[in-house]
Design a protein around this ligand. Structure first.
Ligand SMILES: *[C@@H]1O[C@H](CO)[C@@H](O)[C@H](O)[C@H]1NC(C)=O
Ligand SMILES: *[C@@H]1O[C@H](CO)[C@@H](O)[C@H](O)[C@H]1NC(C)=O
Ligand SMILES: *[C@@H]1O[C@H](CO)[C@@H](O)[C@H](O)[C@H]1NC(C)=O
Ligand SMILES: *[C@@H]1O[C@H](CO)[C@@H](O)[C@H](O)[C@H]1NC(C)=O
Ligand SMILES: *[C@@H]1O[C@H](CO)[C@@H](O)[C@H](O)[C@H]1NC(C)=O
Ligand SMILES: *[C@@H]1O[C@H](CO)[C@@H](O)[C@H](O)[C@H]1NC(C)=O
Ligand SMILES: *[C@@H]1O[C@H](CO)[C@@H](O)[C@H](O)[C@H]1NC(C)=O
Ligand SMILES: *[C@@H]1O[C@H](CO)[C@@H](O)[C@H](O)[C@H]1NC(C)=O
Ligand SMILES: *[C@@H]1O[C@H](CO)[C@@H](O)[C@H](O)[C@H]1NC(C)=O
Ligand SMILES: *[C@@H]1O[C@H](CO)[C@@H](O)[C@H](O)[C@H]1NC(C)=O
Ligand SMILES: *[C@@H]1O[C@H](CO)[C@@H](O)[C@H](O)[C@H]1NC(C)=O
Ligand SMILES: *[C@@H]1O[C@H](CO)[C@@H](O)[C@H](O)[C@H]1NC(C)=O
Length: 466
């Protein structure tokens, strides 16, 4: 009945980006959650794409309220996954999806607070909804994601199990009172999406993320003896997905404690549960290697990665534990000693690595104990360099669109940016490279437009020609 859990990292250490949900384990989690007080979900935006009922529902496991996507997207078609995968779905979001057979770019718009930091997650469960066996037919099945007007990541479902749920996350600063996510058709299969989740973060978190730098999830692991394949809300107030590190056989050794682990700062707000477990290695060994290199379906060569290591020594006895932290051959953090029962995160703010995500924790000669680790996050750089259309022009052209009900023209997302996805019929001025592009002409002759022009045209000061 359950969709089996395929932990790609178990059999193949290098590609741990996909999962199928563990139905039975999530049920156990659900019973636990009901007796626990839930942290607040204020500001969470939860959209079940392709869900057609405008009444919201409460997710059986997380108790988070999900809504349909009718108010956040134009166009697209709603579908259900094929019958054979229905029974195995771990939640309602996996059962429906929205596909976008038309148009090169289709965007979702989610309300946000300008300048606020968010985690945004998009989830994809193909479930052979179209009956075409697209993930397994041998041809490439690939589409793109934009965050606003910037390229975020590709979703590569080529040769994946149709029951797999793939997710992508980005940590970003809202550029306005809305965040948009666009699906880009590369001509290699119809883009689709199953769910969208927006989670507000504290502004102090991930300090290297700002209006010009976002980061995309590459890997996020927690270590130790953990039951759930994924730890998320309500253990994590921000609903980050922490995958269980799959490799715990000898010489790896699990540590855990019931003692409280203190936190002194709020840079990452990692749940204290995560610090109560750790992974170390048999004392006969002097170093541990953690390989989270690019997966089969991830194009890692062009990525610039930023690792964040989370440590707390939870050994009962006060013995010295010192180690060097390497990325491949490069020494990132020399002679590090984790604090006892206190969280300590190591990262280099804003410094992205060009090498593979291969880390080596190596005991120093003076140390009595081997290295240990509690959690690891790795992100890739997403540059937010492209400028959005001048805000007045954007506002007015959107009024025009509404006035003439021009939804069928696939006027979707930002009018002028990025350039290759600008709205059909618009001419934009990109000549001033450090200024927002402006709309120069609007040619509506291809639309079946009748009647006069809207007043709002007149206010587009840069408009030369109608
Ligand atoms: C929508 O959901 C509500 C509440 O769950 C239910 O009462 C209603 O019958 C549903 N409507 C349709 C058309 O399925
Ligand atoms: C959630 O619970 C409802 C009501 O008990 C049930 O009908 C539905 O199948 C459940 N969904 C999943 C995915 O378990
Ligand atoms: C999908 O394609 C794979 C590989 O060609 C094949 O083994 C499988 O039986 C197909 N499944 C369906 C449902 O057609
Ligand atoms: C910015 O826009 C240009 C031109 O449209 C595009 O080629 C480029 O990929 C975009 N950059 C990002 C970071 O998305
Ligand atoms: C992991 O923890 C469970 C109980 O939580 C225990 O039964 C099991 O033996 C532990 N496994 C290891 C390898 O420590
Ligand atoms: C670890 O070292 C001890 C003492 O040197 C030795 O007795 C034991 O066999 C070693 N264990 C392994 C697995 O190598
Ligand atoms: C997509 O994944 C397939 C199968 O793993 C791989 O062969 C292909 O190179 C990937 N494409 C891109 C653009 O990453
Ligand atoms: C642990 O040991 C170190 C070095 O031996 C010492 O400086 C420190 O005070 C000890 N901490 C505790 C809590 O005993
Ligand atoms: C954003 O952060 C990066 C480093 O992460 C820094 O180089 C850049 O100057 C910052 N930009 C702004 C606008 O603060
Ligand atoms: C890890 O670092 C240690 C010490 O520098 C070295 O001996 C070992 O070969 C390294 N391991 C790998 C797999 O590179
Ligand atoms: C407007 O677009 C139509 C169709 O693409 C074209 O024939 C016409 O010349 C355009 N008008 C202007 C003023 O560019
Ligand atoms: C458009 O411009 C006219 C004349 O300058 C002005 O009266 C009107 O308020 C403007 N409309 C908007 C929506 O800004």
């Amino acid at each position: 009945m359950a969709i089996s859990f395929s932990c790609s990292a178990c059999s193949q250490k290098s590609s741990a980006t996909k999962l199928t949900w563990f139905f039975a384990l999530l049920l156990i989690l659900a019973t636990m959650i009901q007796v626990r007080a839930q942290p607040p979900t204020a500001g969470f935006v939860n959209i079940d794409c392709g869900w057609t009922n405008s009444s919201a529902y409460i997710d059986n496991t997380t108790r988070i309220v999900y809504r349909f996507d009718g108010e956040s997207v134009e166009g697209g078609l709603s579908h259900e996954i094929s019958e054979e995968f229905m029974a195995g779905a771990a939640n309602e979001q996996q059962k429906t999806l929205r596909s976008f057979p038309d148009g090169p770019r289709n965007c979702y718009t989610l309300a946000s607070i300008i300048g606020k930091k968010y985690l945004l997650r998009a989830l994809f469960t193909y479930g052979n909804y179209d009956g075409l066996n697209k993930t397994m037919d041998g041809s490439p099945f690939l589409f793109g994601l934009h965050i606003g007007v910037n390229f975020w990541e590709s979703v590569n479902l080529t040769n994946t199990d149709p029951s797999d749920t793939v997710w992508k996350e980005v940590i970003t600063v809202a550029p306005s009172n809305a965040v948009s996510v666009c699906l880009i058709n590369f001509g290699s299969g119809t883009p689709f999406i199953s769910a969208l989740e927006l989670r507000p973060l504290e502004d102090t978190m991930y300090p290297f993320v700002n209006t010009s730098v976002s980061i995309s999830y590459f890997q996020r692991f927690r270590f130790g003896n953990i039951t759930d394949p994924i730890t998320r809300y309500p253990t994590d107030n921000y609903d980050r997905f922490w995958q269980r590190w799959p490799d715990t056989s000898y010489p790896w050794i699990n540590l855990n404690t019931n003692n409280k682990v203190k936190s002194l700062d709020n840079v990452f707000n990692v749940p204290s549960d995560i610090f109560q477990k750790a992974l170390t290695i048999d004392t006969n060994y002097s170093h541990m290697s953690i390989i989270v290199a690019t997966g089969r379906n991830q194009d890692g060569k062009s990525l610039q990665l930023l690792p964040i290591f989370h440590f707390a020594d939870i050994n009962e006895r006060n013995l010295s534990r010192r180690f060097n932290i390497y990325n491949a051959e490069d020494l990132l953090f020399p002679d590090f000693s984790p604090l006892r029962f206190q969280m300590d995160s190591k990262y280099k703010s804003g410094e992205f690595l060009h090498a593979d995500a291969f880390f080596n924790l190596s005991k120093t000669p003076s140390s009595s104990l081997p290295p240990l680790i509690n959690a690891l996050e790795v992100y890739s750089l997403v540059r937010m360099d492209n400028l959005t259309t001048d805000s007045a022009d954007d506002k007015y052209i959107k009024e025009v669109k509404t006035h003439y009900n021009l939804a069928q023209r696939n006027w979707n997302g930002d009018p002028c940016s990025p350039r290759e996805y600008s709205w059909e019929g618009l001419t934009c001025d990109y000549s001033k490279s450090n200024q927002n592009p402006r709309i120069v002409t609007v040619n509506l002759s291809t639309s079946r437009l009748r009647g006069g022009f809207a007043i709002s045209f007149m206010n587009m000061t840069s408009l030369e020609n109608l």
